[in-house]
Design a protein around this ligand. Sequence first.
Ligand code: GLC
Ligand code: GLC
Length: 843
Amino acid sequence: MRFGHFDDQHREYVIERPDTPLPWINYLGNEAYFGIISNTAGGYSFYKDARLRRLTRYRYNNAPLDMGGRYIYLRDDDPHLSGSFDTLRTTPRTWSPSWMPVRRSLDSYECRHGMGYTTIKSELAGIESQTRYFIPLGDNLEIWELTLTNRRSETADLSVFSAVEFALWDANDDATNFQRNYSVGEVEVDCSSSAGGEGVIYHKTEYRERRDHFAYLACSEPLAGFDTDRGAFLGPYRGWDAPQAVEAGQLSGSIAHGWQPIGAQHVKVRLKAGEQKKVIFILGYHENPKDAKFDPPDSQTINKCTVLPIIARYLNADEVEKAFVALRKYWDGLLGKFTVNTPDVHTDRMVNIWNAYQVVITFNMSRSASYFESGIGRGMGFRDSNQDLLGFMHLIPERARERILDLAATQLPTGGAYHQYQPLTKRGNNDVGGNFNDDPLWLVLSVAAYLKETGDWSILDEAVPYDNVPGTEKPLHEHLQRSIQYTLDRLGPHRLPLIGRADWNDCLNLNCFSDTPGQSFQTTTNKEGKVAESVFIAGLFVLAAKEMAVLVESHQSNVEGTPQTFDLQPSTFYLNAASEMEKVVWAAGWDGDWFRRAYDDFGHVLGSKENDEGRIFIEPQGICVMAGLGMEDGRAEKALNSVAEHLATPHGIVLHQPGFTRYYLHLGEISTYPAGYKENAGIFCHTNPWIMIAETMIGRGDKALDYYLRINPSAREELSDVHRCEPYVYAQMIAGKDAPAHGEAKNSWLTGTAAWNYVAITQWILGIQPTYDGLQVAPVIPSAWDGFEAVRNYRGVRYEIKVERRGPGNSIQLEVDGLPIAGTVVPFPPQGTKQVGVLVIVK
Ligand code: GLC
Ligand code: GLC
């Protein structure tokens, strides 16, 4: 069952009814000011950091689930109408054009989530409303552009109310420290009409002390009234579904002192039959210089001289339209960098639109703020962000560069890394710390991907501190070297890498042994950590070490004269280290039909036929084959056949089997989840593309695309009643076959699944992959495909690629601008070339 449809031409998902199984959200903003918005206008906004600079309040795990947002109320002021929030009344008095929070049935409803904007359109009793929400490029504010149309045959007298609940202080404090925050709230309302700021509501809690920033709500129309105190607006014992002031058609001009400051505005609109009117609301964030916070300087009044021109600009409908056109152009440009035209609509739609979009969102958010991530808990993850970058390089390489350097600056002198850092301060998070032993290796993969995309070798010479300590700066290439060395310095009894707190699977906590409720599985370490080993890290190490070898060699051939400071090891060092590790994997990490997962603190194997539960895990099968293990002797194929046999389901590939049916003290959080959920045998979508990639490496394009489509959100759209999350983006997890709700997705949007699926489909199945020597085109596509077309912008050149299948296999013959060339890599064209035509014959 579907709840909407894709409009690919406009790059939108169109939701046709408001009561989707879960809130289906979108993101606004792509720079510093961001918003999350649901299909019923729920959500919140923040500047850079959803914890420390959240503008509006949002309560997670609410009932109903999605309550609180950017609400607009409409009221029919016809004096003959009575009653108000009785939603059964046939002649409506008040309603929400976004359905929530009033929930009065609408005659029509449509929500369009697009690239950086959302439009909600509805009609009730002949009054049509359309609200377009977006954040203009370059400014720290959001626009709600409401267009009202009177489709009745007589004049309509309407009242429009806007309402937001302000919370611009620490969002964690906001949810816990009521004895303080019920007393600190302060607002200002500009009632002067001279400076153009009349009616603007300013939220300035904590502005008197250490904050130099405030929030504001402005409106393009003269106000008939306002409220800034929640109690006055809602009335005692009422909620957002039935504000007393909206019912009465009259706001009271309340000024909040403590309690709950809000911004609510009232605009009266008279529309003749057929007439239309725009009302623009702006919710914004603004910073003042520390020494110019107040005007006059010795007062407590906000200095508005720099914010007023911004407000004035965006209250103008032409400026709003210009800003919207600019936003669309921006996304056209980004998404135009890589487009494909294949025989499969789900592939096209995800590659051209939604997967690329989600890659940008995960780049921006890491795992911080979604409808499942509160914005309070986690900052930017080290391994998460390095992997998120893998799909992002070609989109905005300059920002990828900055992110890589920020991440590397949270590396520790040991080569280890903080597991997370705070986006606002860019400092490593001390509460979580480090010792997730896979973390530093992901940096090698992201830097290699950046170099292959851009050829910007100068990044290796950037001076980057350790632990952000000034004076400790070393060139980035030394950070890479230490990342590799970190693993080599931490080998266990089998000479496999020690796992530390956890490897990629945060919930496989072999050194925790926690028997105390509330303890963190990730940071409590009760064991010395000198025994438990990870086959996954071994595979990742081989992959990263081989990347280093190629990087060093390519550096030598691409950069004239090796800089004095270039103290990487020669490529043989990395190749030897990789091959030593491979030997160890074959000796201790191979179980006969698949790769083992780990050794626990007692030295017992996990992910082996010897185990009753957790006999086979997906992660080492994916990463070891990706690292090239078992390609020559059939063991890679064997491992992948075992995945197909034991782990694959119609909804995707589960993490392991059998799921853990009870808590194992020595395994940790993985066994705290009921089997089938999350890390305990859920379909943890992040890992599925590793198997897709591995399948292409052994030449099985049919299998790779089959796996790809099992979790492709668009391909699952028809199952929306089962899947329940948005059909346009990946979710972190789909319940596995052990779970009663097999097939149900959770934790949509912020997941490494976005980048990895993008990499799997574009670089391995479609086979278009940047290398140090040019653009490789080596598709491994299904046998039924007769080919596909793609356009890829790469280092300033537009590659127009046409793939033709002329035989059943995967062998490739390339013609570049009409001339056959050897191999699968299109060499860099002469300087100044703008366009290259590539014909790819697959036989
Ligand atoms: C979460 C974490 C990620 C981890 C994964 C598996 O998605 O953000 O870092 O690898 O879970 O535990
Ligand atoms: C929890 C989650 C896991 C995530 C981790 C991050 O353990 O289950 O998915 O990676 O938190 O801290």
